[in-house]
Ligand binder design. Structure first.
Ligand SMILES: *Cc1c(COP(=O)(O)O)cnc(C)c1O
Length: 366
């Protein structure tokens, strides 16, 4: 995409780059938005000859995402396609280290690959830096997620990367961070020394619960990994549709304002939930718009809250403009150390008082 701005060399702040990048050249009469390039092939002798390799609408989105994460972005059909492309870099018989609580699709994919004999999985605790570093001895991939889904634990990514370099040097594993919950607004793991960032752009980046899309963002220090992940995408074929890429690009334009509003509301709700007699525990990492609560009682009481809300949407997923609530253990893949009475809340952009009143009446009814 030939944008008037290029990331890295313009000194502009992230919220500005989210709006300004990924646009056509501003020549007289040009459209201000990139078109949706619906084509499967290109005229011969150009840079790209077939649309499984690249598409200008993906490139517009990749320019923005790469700039926000301080790396080079490659988009995929879904967040899981992006996770699979990262896991796909592990050699047969290799070792993957992951925290106990990560997105349950990631847990499921690693279990499926392990059952097929493709790799071995080592499980660590997200907040135990030394434990993570010890488990990385002889490992090929460390797949982090911070805050963790749905327990909201934080990993000291800076500390882990520093200790891995000290202890293992060149033999350290590839470090990948799933940045879906935090978004690049809150943290950019590549700046902390991670090699790869993974996104389910389905969530905050798209922001409207209407699209599935994923991304891998590669550190500028790892051109080798960039080429491998790109080749993986072309050959495995889990590419995004141009319309989906366009929708996510439109979503990213408002990422900063959506998150600012949703985070402020989340903080207000956390304050009030902490004093509520029907809530045993509130898990909030201190930033962002994801909150988990443990409802007094058990699974039935927690489900009753989900049935009683009217403004909140009782549905899985997160990061949309509409607030969502869900008991995570209703999913068979969720690990059993996640409490039965845990509800995950994705705070949206509605009026905060309507969200509070609706949640409070649902908690009172349980
Ligand atoms: C949803 C999610 C995924 C998977 O993304 P899809 O777009 O649904 O395939 C991966 N990681 C995290 C943290 C998620 O929340």
């Amino acid at each position: 995409m030939a944008s008037p701005l290029r990331h890295g060399d313009d000194g502009l702040r992230p919220a500005t780059r989210a709006v300004a990048l990924g646009r056509p050249q501003p020549v007289p009469g040009a459209p201000v938005n990139p078109p949706v390039h619906l084509t499967s092939t290109y005229v011969a002798d150009g840079e790209v000859n077939y649309a499984r390799v690249s598409n200008p609408t993906w490139e517009a989105l990749e320019e923005v995402l790469g700039s926000l994460e301080s790396g080079t972005a490659l988009t995929f059909a879904s967040g899981m396609a992006a996770v699979a492309a990262v896991v796909g870099q592990v050699p047969v018989g290799g070792v993957v280290v992951r925290p106990r609580h990560v997105y349950n699709g990631t847990t499921g994919l690693l279990a499926e690959r392990a059952a097929a004999g493709a790799l071995t999985v080592r499980t660590v605790e997200a907040e135990d830096t030394e434990g993570i570093v010890r488990a990385c001895e002889g490992a090929d991939l460390l797949l982090l997620e911070s805050p963790s889904n749905p327990m909201m634990e934080l990993t000291d990514v800076v500390g882990v990367v520093r200790r891995l370099r000290e202890r293992l040097g060149e033999r350290r594993p590839v470090v990948a961070c799933d940045n879906t919950f935090a978004t690049p607004v809150a943290q950019q793991p590549l700046r902390w020394g991670a090699d790869l960032v993974v996104h389910s752009a389905t969530k905050y980046l798209a922001g409207h619960s209407d699209t599935l899309l994923g991304a891998v963002v590669v550190s500028p220090d790892r051109p080798d990994l960039l080429e491998r992940v790109r080749t993986y995408r072309t050959l495995h074929g889990a590419i995004p549709g141009p319309m989906e890429a366009w929708l996510v690009l439109r979503g990213v334009r408002t990422l900063h304002v959506r998150l600012e509003r949703a985070s402020a509301t989340a903080e207000l709700l956390v304050d009030r939930l902490e004093g509520h007699p029907a809530v045993e525990r509130v898990r909030y990492p201190g930033f962002g718009a994801m909150v988990s609560i443990e409802v007094a009682g058990g699974a039935d009481e927690a489900e009753a809250v989900c049935s009683a809300v009217r403004v909140w949407s009782h549905s899985t997923s997160l990061g949309g403009v509409e607030s969502q609530i869900e008991r995570r253990r209703r999913h068979p893949l969720e690990v059993d150390t996640v409490p039965e009475n845990l509800l995950r809340l994705s705070v949206g952009v509605e009026d905060p008082e309507d969200l509070w009143e609706d949640l409070a009446q649902a908690l009172d009814q349980r």
